[in-house]
Design a protein around this ligand. Structure first.
Ligand SMILES: *Cc1c(COP(=O)(O)O)cnc(C)c1O
Length: 386
């Protein structure tokens, strides 16, 4: 196959000459939020923008969401709360990690609201409140069975007995998190919801929140006053029941550096884990684990791993994923594949979920680990130019 010297697809990637590009449709993120907000009304809809808006760039995502009416954000850390505050002076900002020891002052100075998850968290927030002599709104994170972060029923009984220790903290939210919300048939969902009800009754009345992306698909009983989706806003479809009413947001593409012939018996990549069983054509693509392609998407001989799409057709990754490169079997290509063509790693042909599954992980991890070497292109467009 003759290389096509007349085409210069790199012009798309200028000026950085990055090996690939990540296209992020901000318009789709905004529409996804608006659709979910409508779905859950009269409950309110927040947006979870932790981990740099799931890797997509909090600096771009928050203004896009604020512009369509999002007033409440959830982040994981005090640092992230500071970032969101700089982007939106009036938003309500909740911090899911609660009160990292020593972070109270920073949270207060950004008017961020920690999701207090232990009696120590509550005590520390209370101390700062006394020092500053002003009320500092707090949220309570209740553990209803996930056994990750959150106050136990026992903690609630204790604090209910010592009202002076926390009663003057204005309660902005009482929240909990579901363990199995992606599976609508799992009895754990209803068990956690019931426990949430019981624990809530032991506390003064406050707005309540239980559902993230999957939880909000479980129906109105799970919506309470505020839902807090993250993944679905970014086009994720983790729910195993009905499809979430959201559109895809992200396309990841990398350049083909070379297409080479590998004769039968030849092996490909580190440790020679893949061996050609026929005369093969192999495309070398400029994306590796440093760009967020999990090494677990590797495929030894006879195993299946990740895929890429070239001109809309799927091709399997073969051999080891290395730091900067992957190798793909394109022997069966009908049309010529040449140096400079783009290979889709995530996009219209390969959903986040498929990309995650074939690398033995989940779409969430794919998103949040997208590398920094690719160009990032933000579009505001409709579905057509997504
Ligand atoms: C990350 C997180 C969310 C958002 O979850 P998605 O599945 O991305 O919607 C909501 N609540 C808590 C406590 C979280 O940790």
């Amino acid at each position: 196959m003759k290389p096509d010297m007349t085409s210069f697809p790199f012009h798309d990637l200028a000026p950085a000459l990055a090996p690939g590009r990540i296209t992020i449709n901000l318009g789709a993120i905004a529409r996804n939020w608006a659709t979910l907000a409508k779905l859950v009304a009269p409950a309110r809809c927040a947006a979870v923008v932790k981990a740099d808006a799931y890797g997509l760039g909090v600096d771009r995502v928050v203004p896009a969401l604020s512009a369509v009416g999002c007033r409440t954000y959830f982040v994981a850390t005090a640092d992230e709360a500071g970032h969101v505050r700089a982007l939106d002076a009036s938003a309500q900002i909740f911090v899911l990690d609660g009160l990292l020891a020593g972070s109270a002052q920073s949270l207060a100075s950004n008017a961020a609201i920690p999701c207090l998850a232990s009696r120590e968290d509550i005590a520390e927030w209370q101390v700062l409140q006394r020092t500053l002599r002003r009320a500092l709104p707090g949220a309570l994170n209740l553990d209803t069975g996930l056994n990750r972060l959150g106050l136990s029923q026992d903690d609630i009984r204790h604090i209910a007995k010592e009202p002076t220790r926390w009663r003057d903290i204005p309660l902005a939210l009482v929240m909990s998190h579901l363990a199995c919300a992606d599976d609508p048939t799992d009895p754990m969902n209803e068990a956690q919801r019931t426990r949430f009800e019981t624990m809530r009754m032991m506390l003064p009345s406050a707005p309540a929140s239980l559902a993230a992306s999957d939880g909000l698909m479980l129906g109105a009983a799970y919506h309470y006053d505020l839902v807090r989706p993250g993944y679905a806003l970014y086009g994720g479809q983790a729910f195993r029941g009905a499809r979430a009413p959201v559109e895809p947001v992200v396309t990841v593409e990398a350049c083909i550096l070379q297409v080479r012939d590998v004769p039968v018996g030849g092996c490909v990549g580190y440790s020679g884990t893949w061996r050609a069983r026929r005369d093969s054509r192999v495309a070398i693509i400029a994306a590796g684990y440093a760009d967020g392609i999990p090494r677990s998407a590797s495929a030894a001989d006879g195993e299946s791993g990740g895929h890429v799409a070239i001109a809309g057709k799927l091709y399997p990754v073969i051999g080891r994923v290395s730091m900067d490169l992957i190798t793909v079997d394109v022997t069966d290509a009908q049309k010529p594949i040449v140096r400079g063509d783009l290979a889709e790693l995530v996009g219209p042909n390969i959903t986040l979920e498929t990309a995650g599954q074939s690398a033995r992980t989940i779409g969430y991890e794919m998103l949040t680990r997208l590398g920094r070497r690719f160009n990032r292109i933000y579009t505001a467009g409709d579905v057509a130019d997504g």
